[in-house]
Design a protein around this ligand. Sequence first.
Ligand SMILES: [Zn+2]
Ligand SMILES: [Zn+2]
Length: 249
Amino acid sequence: MESIRFIADMHTHTVASTHAYSTITENAQWASEHGIKYLGMTDHGIKMQDAPDTWHFENLKIIPDFLKGVRVFKGIEANILDTNGTLDIPENVKDIYYDILEWVNVSFHIQTFTPTTKEEHTQALINVLKNPYVDVISHPESPKFDIDFNEAAKACAEAGRLIELNECRLGRGEIYRERAKKLLGSCVRYGTSIIVGSDAHFYTHIGSFDNAVKLLHDIGFPQELIINADEDRFLNYIKTRNERIKHNV
Ligand SMILES: [Zn+2]
Ligand SMILES: [Zn+2]
């Protein structure tokens, strides 16, 4: 496999999540110096312990579209709260959120979803895809939230959504790598597109995907399924996403 060049990192945190330590300006500066042209600013949804207030998301619009020449997407890493796929985006501010949010990662976190069964976790993922704003299922390899990888990959392929390969989680050990490997196998089987995300909580981790690249090379994962390894492919996804949302509102 030829070397992979990434142009986007759509899962990054700022000081707005209190266990992250860099500002959006520091993040954008680093991104601009490391070939990352598109940056997702995706702080935690409000139910997370360290999350910003709703005001954070409502006010994201004041950040310019470009910082240091990098296109900054105002986003969120929302929490999946139940098997219906409910997210921690409150109904009363939904319009504001959805007018502003340009990128939506969704995740299971132990703080906001009590693990139940593989079937229920899988059902939650399938249900969350009914929400047209959802772009990515983040860190779906999590051993704490076992899911049916085939069902998840198939549902994402059918709904045109992305499965994340999370660099930060891959660094946590063999069990994460093994589970990610199986998940990627399911993505190949169903032709599901993936996105590699750093989940950076400090600016120097942005666009740094060493573990992910190693895994993708090891299994010969097809580059054409990696959304952020090609600018046209990435921009095409953005176009499709915007059309999907327009037709659903
Ligand atoms: Zn997360
Ligand atoms: Zn994260």
